[in-house]
Write a protein that binds this ligand. Structure first.
Ligand code: C2E
Ligand code: MG
Ligand code: MG
Ligand code: MG
Length: 285
């Protein structure tokens, strides 16, 4: 009977698996042409100073709008870009585009804004990473001091010594390093101690239920205190409620980002917001 069930299940699931595999192949094929077809664009999510609620920076986030499929979720296409290695070429485009946008804002008197850019582990495996970064600076004419390179702990699961060396050189060059999704990976404490991080982004999964859930609150308090001791700035991710923002501020967290302040928006919207003073208020519950 057990055999029966397995077979039945298999018969039931097999067509579904086929569809998934097929969809994936088709998405991959479409993705591989997306760059040359200019189907990618960037949106920017404000990062605010929790004391003043003013925008002090933005995070560049990649979007893919396929002419037929419409917008494809980053949760779907970014893992595909990573698995296939296409993230290296697309990531280069992201760096160039974001740096040019920062320059455009500077020229228009918007800011000063810090610009956060996500880097995937695959980009670190690419020998060209540093020259690509230099190229993006040269072509746009911006300096490294306003650029925060966001990396996740998954980078260190591969080859820590190599990644550490690159990170140290990027830090020496004047880039700022941010540890993204903090708390979701493994033994990050070790990296925090050894690497020159400027900021640490607390993953939103820890913040969703504060201050209601005592355990989460204790963890967040601990992370902020730890970062403070190491002179690393904390950025709270995914802040949606004013209660969260107020509590985080009270805990001493200097910066936050989340739908409560603003979702990711166009570069023009960022300019407009900055012209209006850059204040972002959270609706009280
Ligand atoms: P991330 O770097 O942690 O970016 C923050 C994500 O949280 C963004 O999702 C943002 O839209 C979302 N978010 C911000 N505030 C809130 C909130 O209040 N509530 C909720 N529920 N979500 C919020 P997005 O844009 O879908 O990006 C997902 C991930 O894809 C990013 O996570 C990042 O890891 C990756 N990614 C995005 N753009 C790039 C890129 O240019 N290069 C690379 N390598 N990865 C990228
Ligand atoms: Mg990020
Ligand atoms: Mg993040
Ligand atoms: Mg996150």
């Amino acid at each position: 009977r057990a055999e029966d069930t397995v077979q039945n299940n298999w018969a039931f699931f097999a067509p579904d698996l086929d569809t998934k595999a097929w969809e994936r192949l088709e998405l991959e094929a479409r993705l591989s042409r997306a760059l040359e077809r200019q189907e990618f664009h960037l949106v920017y999510q404000p990062i605010v100073d929790l004391a003043s609620h003013r925008m002090i920076g933005v995070e560049a986030l990649l979007r893919w709008a396929h002419p037929e499929l419409g917008p494809v979720s980053p949760g779907v296409f970014i893992p595909l870009l990573e698995e296939t290695g296409m993230i290296v070429a697309v990531g280069q485009w992201v760096l160039q585009e974001a740096c040019q946008q920062l320059r455009a804002w500077q020229d228009a008197g918007v800011g000063p804004l810090d610009l956060s850019i996500n880097l995937s582990p695959r980009q670190f495996a690419d020998r060209q990473l540093e020259s690509i970064l230099e190229g993006a600076l040269r072509e746009s004419g911006v300096g490294p001091g306003q650029i925060r390179l966001e990396i996740t702990e998954s980078l260190f699961l591969r080859d820590l010594p190599e990644a550490s060396e690159i990170l140290s050189r990027l830090n020496d060059r004047g880039f700022r390093l941010a540890l993204d999704d903090f708390g979701t990976g493994f033994s990050a404490l070790n990296y925090l101690r050894r690497l020159p991080f400027h900021s640490l982004k607390i993953d939103r999964s820890f913040l969703a239920d504060i201050p209601r859930v005592v355990e989460d609150t204790a963890l967040v308090r601990g992370i902020i205190h730890l970062a403070d001791t190491l002179r690393i700035r904390t950025v709270a991710e995914g802040v949606e409620r004013s209660e969260q923002a107020e509590f985080l501020r009270w805990l001493g967290c200097p910066e936050a980002q989340g739908f409560g302040f603003s979702p990711p928006v166009s570069a023009e919207d960022i300019s407009r917001l900055a012209w209006q003073g850059g204040f972002l208020s959270l609706a009280p519950e």
